[in-house]
Design a binder for this molecule. Structure first.
Ligand code: 5GP
Ligand code: ZN
Length: 113
């Protein structure tokens, strides 16, 4: 059994607040919300980081991202949105299952940057 926390979310072994799901991709709220609506987008298949990502998996993730960004925009009405992706411990990665952070922005003092 995988020890990967995001694989456990994919498998339904631990709960998450799902924002979007299709055959290949899952998006859910980050447990530690940097700003309201902070979402993580992951491939369902386990890939540690960008260095393991294949073109088809990258395509699945980045095909879903605009849809998810627009769903966040509709629900939370941010004035902007940052994409963030950390790869490797020295780059700030703490969960080693590839993920893209979608961080909605609400202007000065929104808590990010
Ligand atoms: P990283 O630092 O690897 O780019 O980001 C990992 C993110 O995963 C962090 O923002 C952290 O809050 C989030 N995270 C860690 N464990 C869980 C969890 O069990 N559930 C959810 N929803 N998010 C998690
Ligand atoms: Zn995993």
């Amino acid at each position: 059994m995988s020890e990967c926390i995001f694989c456990k979310i994919v498998n339904g072994d631990i709960p998450a607040a799902k924002v979007y799901e299709d055959e290949n991709v899952l998006a859910f709220l980050d447990i530690s919300q940097v700003t309201k609506g902070h979402t993580l987008v992951i491939p369902k298949v386990h890939k540690a980081n960008i260095f393991e990502l294949t073109p088809d998996v990258a395509s699945h993730v980045f095909t879903a991202i605009p849809k998810i960004a627009n769903a966040i925009k509709k629900q939370f009405s941010p004035v902007g949105l940052n994409l963030l992706n950390n790869n490797g411990e020295q780059a700030g990665q703490t969960v080693f299952h590839y993920h893209v952070h979608l961080i909605p922005r609400y202007g000065k003092g929104d808590g990010f940057g």
